[in-house]
Structure formats: C-alpha cells, structure tokens
Design a protein around this ligand. Structure first.
Ligand SMILES: Cc1cc2nc3c(=O)[nH]c(=O)nc-3n(C[C@H](O)[C@H](O)[C@H](O)COP(=O)(O)OP(=O)(O)OC[C@H]3O[C@@H](n4cnc5c(N)ncnc54)[C@H](O)[C@@H]3O)c2cc1C
Length: 402
C-alpha cells in the first residue's frame, strides 16, 4: 500500500552551499566552504559534528600523514589541548573533536542545523537546487546554489534518482559492520594491541568455554587519555546497510557482542580484570553502503599501481582492507600512493551536486582503501572550497577543479 501525501513545505533558508551530513568529510567541507566566504549550512542528523570520528568512536586517524590544510589544523589544535597521541600517535579525544570542528565551522561563519534529517533533494531538471529536511518543527526546505552530499550513504544522490552501486560486484554484499566501544581502567603497556591478541588466543585455548570472538583480529586502541581504550572487536555480518530493520538488529547484536566481549576479557585475561565498559558507540560503524556512479570510477588497480590524475583532490596510501561480509576472513592489499580525481566526486549527469567521503565513485575494493578518515576529510576540504567558488560565480567548469 502506498500513501500519497500532498504537503506544502516552507522554504526557510537560502544558502550558497549546503553540506548534507556533518561527519568526517562534511564537517571539513563546511569549514572550507565557509572560509571562502560562502553562506554555508551543514545539515546533520545527530547532535554533533564529526560522524564516525565522534559518534562512531573511530580512532586513529589513518592517512593523515603528508596532508596539510584543515586536517593538519585539527591535529594541531588537538595537540594544543593535549588530546592527541595514543595508538600509533594518531588518536584524539572524541569530545575535543566535536568542539574543535564546531568552533572552526562557526568561526568561519558557517551554520549548522543539528537533529535535522535530510529526506530529499529539490531538483530543477538535472540541477539540485535545495534540500528537504525533517527536524524539530516539522518538514522544511532550504535552497542552495551548490549541494555536497557527505552522508556516507549517498542519501542525496540516491534521493534524486542518480545511479549508485552497492557492495561487492559479485553479490552486492557489504563489508562487516562494527559497533565500536570504549573501556576504562586499561593498563597499557607497549604493544597492547598485539599483546591483546596473544592473550585472547591463550584464554580461548585454555578453557573449554565454547565462546567464540566475533572477530579474530581485534584492536584495542589507546586514546590520549591513557587509561581509556576504544575496541574494534564486534562484527555483524550479512546485514543490509540500507534496511532500517537490519540496522536495528545489527545495533542490538553489536551491543550484545560488546557486553559479552568485556565480560570475557574481565574473566579470562588477567591484565583486563578491572576494565569496565564505558560506552558503546552512538553510531553504528558501517564500512560500506552506496557508492555513487561518478564521472570516473576509481579501481583496485588504480590503488595498487599508484595511479595519479591531473584533477586529483587528494592522495591516499592506506592499504585495501576488506572485512568479509559473511565470515571472519579479511583481504588486505598494499597500495602505492594514488590520487583521487575530482571526477569521482561528481555524480554522473548531475548539476549543482557533489559528493565527498566514503560514498564517492569507486569500486568496492578501492573504497576499502580511501574510506579512512584522513582521506574523507581531505576530500571534504577540497570540495567545500570548490563548491563555494562555483557558487560565487567562478568561471571554472564543474570538472575543472580549483
Ligand atoms: C568500524 C569502523 C572502524 C573504522 N576505523 C577507522 C580507523 O581506525 N581510522 C580511520 O581513519 N578510518 C576508520 N574507518 C573508516 C572511516 O571512519 C569512515 O569511512 C569515514 O569516517 C567515512 O566518512 P564520511 O564523511 O563519508 O561519513 P561519516 O563520518 O559517517 O559522516 C556521515 C554523516 O552524515 C550524517 N547523515 C547521514 N545521513 C543523514 C541524513 N539523512 N540527514 C542528515 N545527516 C545524515 C551522519 O550522521 C554523519 O554525521 C572505520 C570505519 C568503521 C565503520
């Protein structure tokens, strides 16, 4: 059964640039756009900026080395506040990340609308001219000259009917999902991560407990507060990231796995006897969902062979890392530093619309490399600045770059 609604939606704001999704890519895109002097609005479903950086409890920042710009500024600010360090000296405190991103966006003159869920694009032919959001007060519309989809799920692109891909080529299944969680009272020593794996293996061998870890290559990641760690250990497989029912089940399963893992570590691993579960992540860790079909599609070969492009927005060097959708296996491939072309950020056939973050145009395997936060932030910065200049009437064409 379908319901046809006849609703009039008030237009409550007009901007040069609207960024949909204030996560890793979107928060930085908003800052970059506002710094260009564009009237910029970031629309965010949650009540904080940062996305997987903050709500997802993801740490460390991979692929930040060799990148300057806003990402380097964020790191510098964390260092000033004493909230940078920990595992591979690339971790940050979540609360400070929220605050730094918010401060930088507002200082640049950008605006943010929290608790606002994007629902669809307003189109004039192929051109995106505005967004409809559901928020406190009901349904509203905002118009913009340029729109950047940073939802991670290509929500805006899909809403306008532009094509997208999902999952691996063979069966469209997406990588395993993880709910990160933090633990307190952790006694850190050198190599805690490797030690953890050995200790867990020993503990699993030592008694006939019938318990299986959901993932056999766990990470326990020291964040700058030296007694706190974030743990990458839960794995939920076989769920569809576009299904709300599946995502609800995955969240419930993730929390159950987290409670069980903490109990297991406390009981069976001497060093973790006193740990406590502090928090399961507010946001589910979805590694893979929609990828747009752009003017170029980055491939595994591009990454492995280190292809460079005239129109690249940034470079990436993080290896391809695929958490199998159905079992505990993981496929990893080294890459040579490669470029991410601007064309991957432009939905084919669209106008006034860009994408940044993990849902740009690439194959499932290529995405398994460039999806890490250092690259998403760098894409966000480039496209925020570029969209702002186009909105200001830059004579550069849409694919010409800065
Ligand atoms: C479990 C896990 C562990 C990871 N570990 C690491 C790691 O250690 N280091 C690393 O660098 N990377 C890691 N990654 C990868 C990285 O975190 C993500 O790929 C990256 O953060 C994606 O950035 P994004 O901007 O595309 O999306 P996100 O950061 O997810 O941002 C999307 C934003 O859009 C908002 N949004 C979505 N839909 C709507 C809507 N309809 N309306 C309004 N707002 C909306 C969301 O709330 C969110 O704020 C990990 C990923 C996962 C899942």
């Amino acid at each position: 059964m379908n319901i046809t609604e006849n609703i009039t939606t008030p237009v409550v704001g007009e901007y040069d640039v609207i960024v949909v999704g204030g996560g890793t890519a979107g928060s930085v895109a908003g800052i970059a756009s506002a710094r260009e002097g564009a009237r910029t609005l970031v629309i965010e479903r949650e009540n904080y900026l940062g996305g997987m950086w903050t709500g997802g409890l993801v740490n460390p920042v991979f692929d930040h080395r060799g990148k300057d710009g806003i990402l380097a500024e964020l790191i510098k600010e964390h260092k000033r506040l004493g909230s940078w360090g920990g595992f591979i000296n690339s971790c940050f405190s979540y609360e400070n990340m929220k605050r730094i991103l918010e401060d930088k966006l507002l200082e640049a003159g950008g605006e943010v609308l929290f608790g606002a869920t994007f629902s669809r694009l307003i189109m004039e032919g192929k051109r995106a001219v505005g967004v409809v959001v559901e928020c406190r007060g009901g349904r509203r519309a905002y118009l913009a000259k340029e729109i950047i989809d940073c939802t991670g799920d290509a929500e805006a692109v899909a809403s306008a009917g532009f094509p997208f891909e999902i999952g691996r080529e063979s069966d469209h299944l997406c990588q395993a999902i993880t709910l990160m969680f933090t633990i307190g009272n952790v006694e850190f020593m050198q190599n805690t991560c490797n030690d953890l794996r050995e200790m867990v293996e020993e503990a699993l061998k030592s008694e006939d407990n019938g318990y299986r870890l959901p993932y056999s290559r766990p990470y326990i990641i020291q964040i700058p507060d030296s007694r706190t760690a974030v743990v990458q250990l839960t794995h939920m497989r076989g769920y569809d990231p576009l299904s709300p029912e599946d995502m609800s089940k995955a969240l419930i399963e993730g929390r159950k796995q987290a409670y069980e893992v903490v109990e297991f570590l406390k009981k069976r691993v001497e060093r973790f006897r006193d740990i406590e579960l502090l928090e399961t992540a507010p946001l589910l860790g979805i590694r893979e969902s929609r990828r747009i079909v752009g003017e170029y599609t980055l491939t595994k070969e591009d990454c492995i062979e280190g292809h460079r492009f005239d129109d690249e927005v940034t470079t990436a060097a993080f290896g391809i890392d695929i958490h199998n959708p159905l079992d505990d296996s993981q496929q990893c491939y080294s890459v040579k530093r490669y470029g991410i072309p601007l064309r991957c950020l432009i939905p084919k056939g669209s106008e006034g619309l860009f994408v940044a973050g993990r849902s740009i145009s690439g194959t499932s395997e290529a995405m398994a490399s460039y999806r890490v936060t250092g690259n998403c932030a760098a894409m966000g910065e480039y496209i925020g600045r570029y969209a702002a200049r186009l909105a200001a009437g830059s004579p550069r064409g849409r694919s010409q770059g800065l």
